[in-house]
Design a protein around this ligand. Structure first.
Ligand code: PNS
Length: 165
């Protein structure tokens, strides 16, 4: 597996400590992880596409084994373009399972050579969710223990801008 590239797709709105933990552990298995920021049409985004890519690039600046990228359209087409056969996803709770199972079946149906590999989120991080972080920050709560400090700063700034509008 150490010769394999894995694509880690997601909304990353915002990227959390849970995401970074998955990447860190995946690097013990895969040669390279491509964090691919994608559109999830069913979610309301706080950060623009470019902002999310920018946040991730800052964190992984100088890393040779983590690439930050983005794609529009179907994940299977992006995987084909990158010549990658592995999709990496984190699993937190049973609630994630059904959604993840359906996505992996659908992607396999569209591109049979593609395998989705799941890493269980570490127990201490399994409560962390980008959606809840946005809600906590929106109502003035603290999220420093769920995201990288630089990202917490960007979330607070963004929420302030939203409140001003
Ligand atoms: O972090 P998320 O929001 O759970 O990630 C979901 C994501 C972005 C990986 C998924 O919505 C996706 O793959 N979107 C790209 C469009 C696509 O291929 N849709 C079909 C997936 S079965």
């Amino acid at each position: 597996m150490k010769r394999t590239i894995a694509i880690y797709p997601g909304s990353f709105d915002p990227p959390t400590l849970g995401h970074f933990n998955i990447v860190e552990r995946a690097l013990k298995i895969f040669k390279k992880v491509i964090i691919a920021v994608a559109e999830n049409t069913s979610k309301q985004a706080l950060f623009t596409f470019e902002e999310r890519v920018g946040l991730l690039k800052k964190i992984y600046k100088g890393s040779k084994s983590v690439e930050i990228d983005h794609f529009h359209g179907l994940l299977v087409n992006y995987a084909k373009k990158k010549k990658a056969k592995v999709i990496l996803r984190g699993l937190r709770t049973v609630a994630d399972y059904e959604y993840e199972l359906q996505m992996s079946f659908t992607n396999k149906n569209l591109f049979p050579e593609l395998e989705t590999i799941f890493l269980m989120t570490e127990n201490r991080l399994s409560h962390i969710s980008s959606t809840l972080i946005k809600e906590i920050a929106y109502f003035g709560g603290a999220c420093e223990n769920m995201v990288h400090p630089q990202i917490a700063e960007s979330i607070y700034q963004k929420i302030q801008e939203k409140h001003k509008k």
